[in-house]
Design a protein around this ligand. Structure first.
Ligand code: 3HC
Ligand code: NAI
Length: 707
């Protein structure tokens, strides 16, 4: 073994006649300019070194290479650019073996595809997830992957962004061999030595023909993919370009195909969707950076108690069981407990029925579940989550009980959607141990978790909430105490804007269509029909005595609820659902009710364009988000974006409401708000933060950097 060069981001070391180049660029070996330069130099030097007969590429740390350096997108490209580096590797006169462990994703997999041989270690994850960032594989991936795995499989990989295991990658033809050893260096050296012994030389992926030999079948696969993309990719820019690039791989010589890929990649790189999706990627990783985690260590959570086994309690129980922790559920009586247990079991039954879970896995999870009608059963729990119905007095009574039975140091959490966490905490002798854990429905599926930090919540209690979220593979967002925290508070504002437009002349169907056209999977009235109008109605009735008389109150929803029209579950709401249909139909009776309400309220209806509906809806959302930020309810603008993206269906490619506001320009949003405020100053008064930022020529992104 001799060292030939030590280059910082890529270390080249010779083991007799094999040169091992190790990419060492924490945290994930992303292909930044320094890595590319070092790799290019090492491969070039190896060509000239007569002692080197084969090259092995490996990654240091937990991954091979996680892909291009996402932070470089949108900045001027630094040579060598990745496609050229890949071509250089492929052109090596000495065989190159890539040894894949951990993540080999995006540009990382493309480097491997340009190598001549690929060995995967157990646990390796291979994928081309560029589509999730609004991109396509832009370093030869769209040309090389189809040549190894065929058009159909390559399209599936690139359009889904999914990861393949080492075994799946072997089956698909992406790798040549699975290593039995878990050490990348040993595996690479063993493979290279064997190769040299067999006189194996460079074998270039660009020359592979077998997987695309049946050209009509390959073209048919791209046609089918193009159809599927047109139907399902809802306004996304890059999927259709991926299909186009694969078509070029089938029809054109390799270098021309690369040219097509490059042009399409640059189009994607320039698109606002890429900027939105990359923002979302980093925003999701920022949320866990909270001051409390710097001040305190989380408390250990080994056993979890849940009070209430309704929709949320059962969903939370499943999420906790899925994370490998035991759960004890407390309900008010045996019948309710049995219903709670049945809800939990039902989730697993469905998974088993669909073949997505084995029966023994179901049994193992349910074995960790116990139930009781006595609070004493919670005495061992490290964390107790209350999920009873939304009623302050009932919750205060539960917390008084928890205070009695919980062991010292146990963290007590409420899943309340709106209620004052500080008041709930005050019902206990240890308010420092209390916080809100606001899950979203279905709690075992939805990734978002608002961690509500109250006035007296201790730093280690907050840290425990974040660590618990990590165990549950949720995206935690820190929220302060206010009515509705981050998400529901902002939701209330844009729903109010929608209701006002409805009374002023837009139909609920127009509003839903405009919101869908913006990129939401469904509009607010479809959403209300799905969730059930009765929940909101109960809240409105409860709040009626304290409602601000200066704020306009649109009564249309009340008129529907008075008729028992609660949405899908009652067969009608804003839409009609004949015979249990899930897709609603427009309802002339609803339009008549709205007309009557307009008359009663003395409103002369006027038409709304789709654009105006979208602008008002977004302006209300952005304005309230600015207030939430100003009051410190959210730590940073990007946290609000994450809440909207992962809890409320905001289109991911638009990056979230505040990223979107920046892309439109804050002066334009402010001008809209000032215009609307002429009609209704109480609702539309611009947030002082928005006024300040627009006045200073700043945007929300500048606050992200400061956070
Ligand atoms: N570029 C720059 N930074 C990256 C990165 C990348 N490709 N991938 C991850 N990071 C950063 C994260 O932002 C995070 O930074 P932080 O600590 O400052 O917050 C840090 O690395 C660790 O990341 P994770 O928290 O995500 O670590 P995990 O261990 O949970 O996951 C991973 C590791 C599976 C590699 C995950 O980070 C991931 O999926 N990364 C992105 C993979 C990807 O999309 N690659 C394609 C890039 S596009 C491309 O290659 C274009 C090409 O075709 C030309
Ligand atoms: P639910 O009505 O489905 O379930 C409430 C359960 O609590 C019932 O099973 C009831 O028997 C039980 N319960 C009531 N009092 C109890 C007590 N003293 N001790 C033990 N059990 C008791 O309600 P849901 O929808 O599950 O909501 C629960 C909480 O979660 C509420 O605070 C709600 O605001 C919040 N939430 C609800 C969401 C949703 O989409 N449904 C989303 C996020 C939060």
């Amino acid at each position: 073994m001799t060292d030939s060069a030590s280059t910082g981001a890529a270390l080249a070391r010779r083991y007799e006649d094999v040169l091992v180049i190790t990419i060492d660029h924490p945290p994930v070996n992303a292909l930044s300019a320094a890595v590319r330069a070092d790799l290019a130099a090492a491969v070039r030097d190896a060509q000239a070194d007569p002692q080197v007969r084969a090259i092995v590429l490996t990654g240091a740390g937990r991954n091979f290479i996680a892909g291009a350096d996402i932070r470089e997108f949108g900045k001027p490209p630094q040579p060598p650019i990745l496609p050229n580096l890949c071509n250089q590797i492929e052109a090596s006169a000495k065989p190159v073996v890539a040894v894949l462990h951990g993540a080999a994703l995006g540009g990382g997999l493309e480097v491997a595809l340009a190598a001549h041989y690929r060995v995967a270690l157990p646990g390796a994850r291979l994928g081309l997830p560029e589509v999730t960032l609004g991109l396509l594989p832009g370093a030869g991936g769209t040309q090389r992957a189809p040549r190894l795995m065929g058009a159909q499989a390559a399209l599936d990989l690139m359009l889904s962004g999914k990861h393949l295991s080492a075994e799946e990658a072997l089956d698909a033809g992406l790798v040549d061999s699975l290593a039995s050893e878990s050490d990348a260096l040993d595996a690479g050296l063993a493979y290279a030595r064997q190769l040299l012994a067999l006189r194996g030389g460079p074998r270039r992926t660009r020359d592979a023909t077998a997987a695309l030999a049946d050209k009509p079948a390959a073209l048919a696969a791209t046609d089918a993919a193009a159809d599927r993309v047109a139907r399902t990719s809802r306004g996304l820019f890059s999927p259709a370009r991926i299909v186009e690039a694969v078509r070029a791989a089938i029809e054109l010589p390799f270098d021309e195909g690369l040219g097509v890929e490059r042009a399409l990649f640059l189009q994607c790189l320039d698109s606002p969707q890429r900027a939105g999706l990359v923002h979302a990627f980093f925003a999701e990783r920022e949320t866990a950076k909270i001051p409390e985690l710097k001040q305190a260590r989380p408390r250990g959570v080994e056993r979890v108690g849940i009070v209430g086994g309704g929709t949320m309690g059962a969903g939370i129980a499943v999420a906790v069981l899925d994370a490998g922790l035991p759960v004890v559920m407390v309900e008010q009586d045996d019948a309710a407990l049995e219903r709670g247990r049945a809800r939990v079991a039902h989730v697993y039954d469905l998974l088993v029925d669909k073949g997505r879970m084995r029966a023994d896995e179901r049994a193992a999870r349910l074995a960790r579940f116990t139930g009781s009608t006595h609070y004493d059963a919670l005495a061992d729990a490290d964390l107790i989550i209350e999920a009873i119905f939304e009623d302050m007095d009932a919750k205060l009574a539960v917390f008084a009980q928890l205070d009695r039975v919980a062991k010292p140091g146990a963290v007590l959490a409420t899943n309340t959607s709106y209620l004052d966490v500080d008041r709930i905490a005050a019902a206990t002798r240890g308010p420092a141990d209390v916080l809100g854990l606001h899950f979203f429905s279905p709690a075992n599926v939805m990734k978002l978790l608002e961690v509500v930090v109250g006035r007296q919540t201790a730093p280690d209690t907050a840290a425990t909430g974040f660590e618990f979220a990590r165990k549950l593979r949720k995206i935690p967002v820190r929220a302060g105490v206010c009515d509705g925290f981050i998400g529901n508070r902002i939701l209330a504002a844009y729903r109010q804007a929608a209701d006002m437009m409805m009374e002023d002349g837009a139909s609920p169907y127009d509003i839903d269509a405009a919101v869908r056209a913006f990129g939401y999977p469904m509009g607010p009235y479809q959403m209300m029909d799905l969730a059930g109008g009765d929940i909101g109605w109960a809240t409105r009735k409860r709040r009626a005595p304290t409602r601000d008389p200066a704020l306009r109150y649109v009564q249309i929803a009340d008129r529907l609820c008075e008729r028992g029209w609660f949405g899908q579950k009652t067969g009608r709401g804003y839409y009609l659902y004949p015979d249990g249909a899930r897709q609603g139909q427009q309802d002339p009776d609803v339009l008549a009710i709205i007309d009557a309400e307009r008359l009663r309220a003395g409103v002369r209806p006027r038409p709304y364009t789709q654009e105006e509906i979208q602008r008002r809806y977004l302006a209300a959302m952005i304005n309230e988000a600015a207030n939430v930020l100003r009051q410190g309810i959210a730590l940073r603008p990007s946290d609000i974006d994450v809440v909207a993206l992962s809890g409320y269906g905001f289109p991911r490619y638009r990056g979230g409401p505040l990223h979107y506001a920046d892309s439109v320009g804050l002066p334009a949003i402010l001008a809209d708000l000032r215009e609307y405020a002429k009609e209704d100053p109480a609702f539309w008064t611009p947030s002082p933060l928005l006024v300040e930022l627009a006045g200073a020529g700043r945007d929300f992104t500048s606050l992200n950097r400061a956070a």
